[in-house]
Design a protein around this ligand. Structure first.
Ligand code: COA
Length: 175
């Protein structure tokens, strides 16, 4: 597999973040693991929010502190994926959101990138006293479920997310 790097995003990747967002909008695909990027067309504003959410003292009360990572392929410096690790869960996330969400550029899928990203982000969970990482995925998302299973995901149950009126399968991974 190609060599990859997991990085905290900075302004040097503003162009890549802009392109990432556009690629998902063009594809009509779900921008999982990108926080508020869908609602924030300005990469610099998104980067500021990512910084705020990375520290408890600047995380708004109703949010949870979160580490945002970008996945970059060194040989062409392309930002190919994004993944988030929430440091804790509120009541809603405990039921429907989970600790980790991720996505890979539509034209870079099927290369093992998401599997690699999840494996590498799980190593940081212990830093936040997380013993079991919780993930939620739509039943029809075969690729998402496969990525979780390949990283040791154990099926927990099915729940109905009342906010979005969608069924979700919950998995947990011991770390
Ligand atoms: C889910 C997603 C991240 C996968 O990214 P990826 O880099 O292509 O994933 P990987 O290459 O690491 O692995 C994909 C696995 O799913 C399998 N897969 C892909 N499409 C599949 C399908 N339609 N049915 C069954 N398996 C499928 C692949 O064969 C591969 O498994 P394998 O290695 O055993 O062959 C990507 O499709 C995506 O960004 N989707 C939109 C966001 C999303 O759904 N995120 C997940 C929810 S948090």
């Amino acid at each position: 597999m190609d060599q990859l790097m997991l990085l905290k995003p900075g302004k040097d990747y503003a162009e890549g973040i802009f392109r990432y967002r556009n690629a998902f909008i063009m594809a009509g695909d779900s921008m999982d693991g990108t926080g508020s990027l869908y609602r924030m067309p300005d990469p610099e504003a998104w980067l500021d929010q990512v910084t705020d959410l990375s520290r408890p003292e600047t995380t708004p009360e109703e949010w949870v502190t979160t580490s945002q990572y970008i996945c970059v392929r060194p040989y062409d410096n392309r930002l190919v994926g994004m993944i988030q690790l929430r440091h804790s869960l509120n009541e809603y996330l405990q039921q429907y959101g989970g600790h980790v969400e991720f996505s890979v550029l539509p034209d870079e899928r099927g290369k093992g990138y998401a599997t690699w990203m999840l494996r590498n982000v799980l190593r940081y969970a212990k830093d936040y006293d997380i013993d079991r990482v919780l993930l939620a995925v739509e039943p029809r998302n075969a690729a998402g479920k496969r990525v979780i299973e390949k990283n040791g995901g154990e099926f927990l149950d099915k729940v109905l997310d009342p906010e979005y009126e969608i069924e979700l399968e919950r998995y947990s991974i011991g770390v």
